[in-house]
Design a protein around this ligand. Structure first.
Ligand SMILES: *Cc1c(COP(=O)(O)O)cnc(C)c1O
Length: 236
């Protein structure tokens, strides 16, 4: 756990503050960009955090939450879901096709469609379960070898394939800019690819750069540590 034991009893209090801070920063960034904060969905990224950390954020009225592992989410969210009046769960980590059934069952949105096999598996599962998830295609805007996402050069084709071959309704695009670069160019590139493919939604921006992402048109920001605190033992 990310917090020290000595702070156990007060540890839930700052969450309200930090969630409120993040919301206020979204508001300010939206206004500066001539946008409405209501166009921007805040996804509170709760990966690695347990129910005791998530509950206060739920109770403060936050409805969107993000997880990067299907199995971890399956372990903690079914119980949490029952204590939420409104909840939207977002899968923001890579999906393996053998987890597609669980992912479709559990998540309201999947941000990481990035190869034909996954598009195929998610399409088949949504048909089988008669369940729609909001879908984003992940684009590897930095064309990094180790990173998930469709390459920039094949993004247009993959979007068309998802639509035409797999009959998927694609809602938008997602990216994670390279860690050691200014994110601006990557956000701009993602927005460009979305525009020319008629996609309305952009999932981009994390704790360190969500205000910049909003400037470039983000509709979904994925904010973890600025809300929940730092994650222990997990490199970004
Ligand atoms: C962990 C994670 C985030 C949140 O990162 P923070 O820097 O803690 O805000 C956002 N997007 C993805 C894909 C992640 O894995």
């Amino acid at each position: 756990m990310a917090r020290k034991l000595g702070h156990k009893h007060s540890m839930n209090l700052p969450h309200h503050g930090t969630l409120q801070d993040v919301r206020a920063r979204i508001e300010t960034a939206a206004r500066a960009a001539g946008r409405e904060a209501s166009e921007i969905t805040l996804i509170a990224v709760s990966k690695t955090f347990g129910a005791e950390d998530i509950l206060p954020v739920l109770q403060a009225g936050q409805t969107g939450f993000g997880e990067n592992r299907v199995q971890e989410a399956a372990g903690k969210w079914p119980a949490l879901r029952s204590s939420a009046t409104r909840l939207e769960l977002h899968l923001i980590g890579s999906l393996q096709s053998n987890k597609a059934a669980d992912a479709v069952r559990l998540f309201d949105a999947i941000h990481t469609i990035d190869r034909p096999r996954i598009a195929q598996a998610v399409a088949a599962e949504m048909a089988k379960q008669a369940r729609q998830a909001q879908l984003f295609i992940q684009v590897n805007t930095g064309d990094e070898k180790q990173k998930a996402g469709v390459s920039v050069g094949s993004a247009d084709n993959f979007i068309a394939e998802c639509r035409n071959k797999h009959r998927l309704q694609i809602s938008g695009l997602m990216c994670i800019p390279p860690v050691n670069e200014m994110p601006d160019r990557h956000f701009e590139l993602l927005a460009q690819i979305a525009r020319r493919n008629d996609l309305a939604n952009l999932s981009m921006g994390m704790s360190g750069d969500f205000e910049t992402a909003i400037k470039f048109g983000a509709t979904h920001v994925r904010v973890g540590s600025a809300i929940f605190g730092t994650r222990e033992g997990q490199p970004r």
